[in-house]
Design a protein around this ligand. Structure first.
Ligand SMILES: Nc1ncnc2c1ncn2[C@@H]1O[C@H](COP(=O)(O)OP(=O)(O)OP(=O)(O)O)[C@@H](O)[C@H]1O
Length: 445
């Protein structure tokens, strides 16, 4: 209790922390909370699972309790799932305040979101695209009095990658006051420091953990060199082994595309593994449902694209398997950071083909440590090789064949609908009409 008290937090907040099992501040909290309470902008760069969320939630709640009004704080985050997770921390820690929060993300009803915004919630947690849409289309809410802007996974929000938020951020920054406190957090801030400094303009306090190694100590990091053609057999072997030896372990498998994610899920299901997919081609409600079932351990295996690589905090995840070697070291850092969180141990295994060895070298260079080879009994993999390859092929054929469905639309398509259907088929399903053979294949990867 003393630790948090020394940082200047009120007793009621510390008691809330205790209820969540947060007993003493983590280094990022210890270092960033005091300057935030002093009114400074802050950039915090600390390892995955080290408590960055509470490092901004706690001082914001403290300040909110001193002068409560809405809209007091805006939190931006790159994914919808993360927005819900952050809102949950605000809710639990801010309960004694009667905190009102509002989540503004894509894929959910815009009218009810607009209504919630008009009720002046204390905290708005949003993905940039949907919030910018509201700002453009509505005059029923104002963000002109916002005291805090938080950008969680700030480097992702500012990088101009496949999802570029630049335009949306311009709209949002134009709608909030220039005089505000800006808080930027991520496990990988250094690539985008210049862009970040232009957002946090008031000589931000910058804190970065001093450790040279960029991943957490408790994480066991392995690689497995596999020929491209037998990758899936190795994957099935690994999962079988973990299932046999550690019934209670949850596993996340990262894939490079939505299509691969879906096919791997179909394949693992055929081997009776309790797996579920999560990718951006799924409907939002399906995404939340999949994540919820994985979190509650109803499904022990989550197959996901990089949609799930940042921020998600699921304590039961013991293993992360990279089905493809990430092309960028920082993607690797975030993916493997889904395990070994908050001081717990974890294992990360990256499947590396003959074409990816240079990627492993750049990952090792960036994280400042060498991955160790994971030992596998090859004979056991060879035993299942044909069966796995035949099953994979069968799944690929099912997923690309012309769309002929005979059963109940909802049941047959519940898991694959948003993924395999072309626009025409999709329109038919929406109208509750079974698509007959249209000859369409995937329209997107
Ligand atoms: N001081 C603390 N002591 C113990 N547990 C903590 C502490 N602070 C936060 N936690 C817990 O640690 C877990 C990870 O925290 P959080 O999700 O904020 O990590 P993060 O640093 O944001 O990770 P990432 O970079 O992956 O987003 C959460 O379950 C949180 O409740």
């Amino acid at each position: 209790m003393d630790g948090f008290m020394k940082l200047g937090l009120s007793r009621w907040l510390i008691e809330q922390c205790m209820q969540m099992g947060i007993r003493k501040p983590s280094p990022v909290q210890e270092n960033c909370i005091p300057p935030i309470l002093e009114g400074r902008d802050c950039m915090g760069c600390a390892k995955t699972g080290s408590g960055k969320t509470a490092a901004f939630v706690l001082p914001i709640l403290q300040k909110l309790s001193e002068d409560p009004y809405g809209i007091f704080c805006l939190v931006l985050t790159p994914t919808r799932e993360l927005a819900y997770q952050i809102a949950e921390q605000f809710r639990v820690l801010g309960k004694p305040l009667g905190l009102k929060d509002c989540i503004i993300v894509g894929g959910m009803d815009m009218v009810s979101q607009a209504l919630e915004l008009s009720k002046k919630p204390h905290v708005v947690i949003a993905t940039p695209g949907r919030l910018a849409d509201h700002i453009r289309s509505s005059n029923t809410f104002s963000m002109k009095r916002i005291k805090f802007l938080v950008m969680d996974e700030a480097d992702r929000l500012l990088e101009q990658g496949c999802t570029d938020f630049t335009e949306e951020l311009q709209v949002i920054l134009g709608a909030i006051p220039a005089k505000r406190q800006t808080l930027l957090f991520s496990a990988t801030l250094t690539d985008t420091l210049q862009e970040l400094k232009s957002v946090a303009m008031n000589k931000p306090f910058f804190w970065e953990s001093t450790s040279e190694v960029k991943t957490v100590e408790q994480l066991d990091q392995k690689y497995l060199l596999v020929p491209e053609k037998v990758k899936d057999a190795y994957l099935v072997h690994l999962i079988q082994k973990f299932q046999d030896e550690h019934e209670d372990w949850s596993i996340i498998i990262f894939t490079s595309t939505c299509k691969d994610c879906q096919i791997l899920n179909m394949m693992l299901r055929r081997f009776n593994f309790p797996s579920i997919a999560l990718h951006s081609m799924m409907k939002q409600k399906e995404r939340f449902a999949a994540l919820g079932r994985f979190k509650s351990s109803f499904y022990k295996i989550l197959i996901a694209t990089d949609l799930a690589s940042r921020g998600l905090d699921i304590p039961t995840v013991q293993v992360v398997i990279n089905h493809n070697t990430p092309g960028l070291p920082k993607i690797y850092i975030h993916r493997v950071g889904r395990t070994a969180r908050a001081g717990r141990s974890g294992l990360a295994i990256t499947l590396v083909t003959q074409y990816d060895i240079h990627l492993v070298h750049s990952i090792e260079e960036q994280i400042k440590m060498k991955l160790i080879e994971y030992a596998v009994k090859e004979s056991e993999v060879l035993n299942i090789l044909t069966q796995v390859n035949v099953t994979r092929r069968a799944c690929e054929i099912v997923s690309i064949r012309p769309h002929v469905y005979y059963g109940n639309v909802d049941q047959d398509l519940a898991t694959t609908r948003s993924f395999v259907l072309c626009t025409v088929c999709n329109a038919l399903v929406q109208a509750n009409i079974r698509p007959v053979s249209t000859g369409c294949t995937y329209s997107r990867a």
